[in-house]
Write a protein that binds this ligand. Structure first.
Ligand code: ADP
Ligand code: GLC
Length: 486
């Protein structure tokens, strides 16, 4: 018998995406199906989601007052898999992003929006919706993290006591709010304790989930270790240590139907590891699109949020060096206004060598991976990172910092790894000007040796980051948690 799992996340490809969480939430149902797990996804009803559901959506449940507002539950499909959507116009019926307005400012009532979402998820998981029964619930990130707290501290009367898993995709976003929201969360007074939802005198959504879920997972084994430290734990390292027997690192996979250079509809030329020459056409297309001159050095690419986490400020410092030694850069990203402005200024300083496109553009992200020589990912921390995995699959060599999932997925082209024929990329030890400049230089040297570079590309493309292993790991964890309850 398949295990029925409710997967709860605030975004999922192809309906709504701001980052890697959406890729993962969108891929999980297909990733888990071969391992005897039937996933139903649950997401908020933003306007774009309701529009995509269209008239096919069926209302299957209603709340008169879900944390104070009326709401309905709609049933639809996410690809071939079942989808539930929370239609609560007062909370989600607004234009802008999932978490903020068009200018990027967070909505002031995000605590209310995502507490209500979690409350609804807890109700559904416990069996409150007729005809839908679940064995286990899997919540993602702070936006869904109150779910385990509601399940444990304010259970549905007569509901099922199902185990819960919380996955941390990014410890930097915790959903931390002042204490005065507590009375509005519909939790019993006893929940206001350090074993409940209280955190440093306020309400910590992610903290609550980590405290009360049956298992905590992170999206790479290295990140699971890193968050035990002050540097990466961001205030929750004590809790991670206390519950370390409940913490598991399970690497993200990539959706190889979406990200496959042999069949990618976004590429001018499709290719395989045996036909790398075809990439030249894709490179020409990038040069045109980004206004770049042709050159002998490598074409570096970036596809990223332009933030401190991603080390984009350090990359800015290293751009003169990159151009000075013959490299070129095509960058696609959006994020901090200051960093965006600085990249535009760098492009103006280096016409024909640096091309910058601000904004979010999924097809362009594919085109860059399919024609760029190397993708720069100098993150200060990276719970998993997907763009280096796409780079590997596309033979766009990842140049990464040695942290989190980047450390777990890229094999540095040091002499030993080159001699053994196993290298897949370039790693730097620290996120500093010096380390990044050295990594860029090293990449240029490798690129100047065509046979070596081709070997790197073939190794990269042969590396298996499909969901097979990770799907099995989640399924094994679910089974273990169910056995504990049995
Ligand atoms: P994070 O979730 O921290 O931003 P990941 O590497 O896990 O980092 O995932 C980022 C995802 O968002 C990838 O699918 C990447 O291709 C995509 N992405 C990031 N920036 C852009 C952009 N400007 N345009 C298109 N896709 C982007
Ligand atoms: C977060 C992390 C990123 C990870 C993604 C999906 O956005 O920053 O490293 O790949 O979630 O798990």
């Amino acid at each position: 018998m398949a295990i029925n799992v409710l997967s709860v996340a605030s975004e999922a490809v192809p309906l709504v995406k701001t980052g890697g969480l959406a890729d993962v939430a969108g891929a999980l149902p297909a990733a888990l199906a071969p391992h005897g797990v039937a996933v139903t996804s649950f997401i908020p009803g933003y306007p774009a989601v309701l529009k995509a559901l269209g008239k096919r959506a069926k209302a299957i449940h209603a709340w008169d007052a879900l944390l104070g507002t009326p709401a309905r539950l709609l049933a639809g499909k996410l690809g071939a898999h079942p989808l539930l959507v929370l239609d609560a116009p007062a909370l989600f019926g607004r234009e802008g992003g999932p978490y903020g307005d068009a200018s990027g400012r967070d909505w002031a009532d995000n605590w209310h929006r995502f507490a209500a979402f979690a409350r609804a998820g807890a109700d559904i998981a416990a069996g409150a919706v007729k005809g839908r029964a679940f064995d286990l619930v899997h919540a993602h990130d702070w936006q869904s993290a109150m779910l385990p707290a509601y399940l444990r501290l304010a259970p549905v009367p007569g509901g099922r006591d199902v185990p819960s898993v919380i996955t941390i995709h990014n410890m930097a976003f915790q959903g931390y709010y002042p204490a005065d929201i507590f009375p509005q969360l519909d939790l019993p007074p006893a929940a206001w304790t350090v074993d409940g939802v209280e955190s440093y005198g306020g309400v910590g959504f992610l903290k609550a989930g980590m405290q009360l879920a049956d298992a905590i997972t992170t999206v790479s084994p290295t990140y699971a270790g890193e968050i035990r430290s002050v540097e990466f734990g961001m205030g929750l390292e004590g809790l991670v240590q206390a519950r370390s027997h409940r913490v598991h690192g399970i690497l993200n996979g990539i959706d190889s139907a979406e990200w496959n250079p042999a069949s990618d509809p976004h590429l001018p030329a499709r290719y395989t590891a045996g036909k790398l020459a075809a990439r030249a056409k894709n490179k020409r297309a990038i040069e045109q699109e980004f206004g770049l001159e042709r050159g002998d050095g490598p074409l570096f690419i970036v596809v990223s949020r332009l933030t401190w986490q991603k080390g984009m400020d350090v990359l800015l410092e290293a751009l003169d060096h990159l151009v000075g030694i013959g490299g070129r850069l095509a960058l696609l990203g959006s994020g901090d206004a200051e960093i965006e402005k600085a990249f535009l200024a760098a492009a103006a300083r280096h016409p024909g060598r640096i091309g910058v496109r601000l904004g979010y553009d999924e097809p362009a992200a594919h085109r860059l991976q399919g024609g760029g020589d190397a993708i720069l990912v100098p993150s200060r921390f990276e719970p998993c990172g997907l763009t280096q995995l796409y780079g590997l699959a596309y033979g766009c060599i990842p140049v990464v910092s040695r942290t989190g999932g980047l450390a777990d997925t890229v094999i540095d082209a040091n002499p030993a790894a080159l001699a053994a024929g196993v290298a897949t990329g370039v790693q730097m030890n620290a996120v500093s000007y010096t380390a990044l400049a050295m990594a860029i230089s090293r990449t240029c040297e490798l690129y100047a040796r065509p046979a070596t570079w081709k070997r790197l590309q073939k190794n990269a493309m042969a590396a298996d980051f499909s969901w097979d292993a990770s799907g099995a790991a989640y399924a094994a964890l679910y089974r273990q948690l169910l056995e504990e309850r049995a």
